[in-house]
Ligand binder design. Sequence first.
Ligand SMILES: Nc1ncnc2c1ncn2[C@@H]1O[C@H](COP(=O)(O)OP(=O)(O)O)[C@@H](O)[C@H]1O
Ligand SMILES: [Mg+2]
Length: 660
Amino acid sequence: MQCGYKNLYSGKEDKRGRFQWQDTPPDDLGTVVEDAESAKWALLVRNVKAYNDPRRVLKIHSIVVQSPLLKSLLGEVLQGYPGVTVELDRLEFSGRFEPIIHRWSEFKGKIEELQTPHDANLQSKKDTTTREHAELLQKILVKEFQDVVEVSQDMKAKGVMTFDLLWTLFQPGSLIYTRQENQDRVFKLHSSKYGEDRHGNPVFWLTCKYVDFDGSKFGTIKLNLSIHSYAGTRTITSLSAFPFSFHRNTKELSERLVSRGTKFESLAGSHYKGYNGIGWKQGSFGEKDKYAIKGRVIVDTYGWNRFNANNGVYVAPFTQKEQATSNRNSYDDESPDDDYEGGYDECDGGMPVDGAFADDEEEQKFPPLSTEQKLIATHLVRGYSLKEKLWLNLFVNAIQEVTWSGGAFDSLVLPSKQKELILGFTETQSKHRQTFDDVIEGKGKGIILLLCGPPGVGKTLTAESVAEEMKVPLFMMSAGDLGLDPRNVESKLQSILEMCTRWNAILLLDEADVFLEQRSLHELERNKLVSIFLRILEYYEGIMFLTTNRVNTFDPAFQSRIHISLDYPELSIDSRKTVWKNFLNQTQQENTITDKQLDQLALMNMNGRQIKNVLKTAQLLASRKESPLTHEHVVTVLDVTQHLHNSTMETERARSAIFA
Ligand SMILES: Nc1ncnc2c1ncn2[C@@H]1O[C@H](COP(=O)(O)OP(=O)(O)O)[C@@H](O)[C@H]1O
Ligand SMILES: [Mg+2]
């Protein structure tokens, strides 16, 4: 075997582009174009035949910058421009020469700088040569793109632009302003190109990036914006998206957006907050289902992804550097590739990078966002509305701090020992959630309290005020919310319990009788419900209140599951008096009701809810007459609602049921 190599050459190609190898070089080889001779020129200009242009036969295909001096000058001009690496041996520009045209004024500025040195004597030969090379490039480009460069510069200066020259306005890496859902948004431009929307209309596509949080990390999401084609010129600020620098009030606006971004950053993780505004979710036909929300919400993107996987939010981590992708786009007028088919609101935030949920580390510390990242942060967070029981997109601006109704627990009228027991038990339990545990992990960390008693005596209020006192969310649920189909019940209940554990919330299952009643031989479906409930209860890790009116038909299996069972008797005379007094003290409205009159009112057999309702009506009556609330008013209402005429327990019981 000889140590060496032999060259083989490709022969003639057939129609399909296949060829035979041969040992002689093909005949029509020609000579190398870029040789020592061409290397001495500062620029190589490659020309191609121009078609479809009656004004010329040749057009520039690309320019190779060979002059090292010019390369370093362009390096300064194009600093930070994504996708251009001036350090390369062969710096090549092609197509529409976007980078240089986007930075045309910087380029011109550099040339002028070289023309007017601070000290004429110091002007080095190097500077002169650099200037000459730069002017050469400028001349070639001006000759070729005169109309584009001049017209675009002129229009920009006047604040207008034509559709055809929109590309000169949008520089990759720059900030873009637009409004979404009536909110100011600023995006970072990734790339742009002409194409079509999904109905085939010509549009200019802007692929933008914004900052979002996906439950485990901050990162970016891409979103396509489009500008529909228009005739003639339009004011830049009237475009549906335009460079942020053209905004009339960049300073004030960026301050506002950065502070919104700061708030957005602080909402990472899960947070119990107040809300007053619109929340929306994606409806089944692509439209937005909107809800007016005034109340408590839990901001929690991890939970959103977990319980709402169809609309999950996933971001690309920041570390994945911009450069990696920005060269990908070509500005040719080819048909739009997949990236652009989506349309205005399409974004790539729908899938986790590797299809798996990231681990949720509660105490995770995130590196702080930069000012620019805050500026381009999303205007939405995801959260759960406790009243509506829905996962919704919430506006960062409408999130508020919770206003705790202090004294809710104080106004609860119960024997003081009972109150102490409830609060003591729940507080210690939530503090030492890890300490009492069953042998099997995840089993038996919870605490379950059963409250039984007639309607209107403060069972629901107990759960509400304990949650308020402990400053944790209260998840209220009744059997009706779960339905009766065992299959649905199980999965619904499971996710609710999981959410409550996650948020350290108190779960209130009101009117839980259906789930607690003794299993019987005949009602198979209901038996299933009870079994499911029993099983799930055992694995629950949070605090749960169950309320019920009937207590005697309990399934015996519950006895071991329930930690405290409290009996709520009908309110005593003393309790009723306190309830009357509390309600009177709570309102701003003046009243002339004496202690003696209160004693009288307390004699009437009413429950807490009835007292509340009667007082509310009496207050309305008084304010209609523009007088302070008097005993008279209360008696009038009692009379009309017939509380005065019945004092026997029997009818009272029936009445309670009606009023409840
Ligand atoms: N023991 C009580 N102490 C203070 N207020 C009460 C009491 N019982 C009832 N109320 C009043 O009646 C309203 C309804 O009570 P609620 O807790 O819903 O009754 P239940 O759940 O037992 O049917 C409460 O919001 C509260 O204003
Ligand atoms: Mg109730």
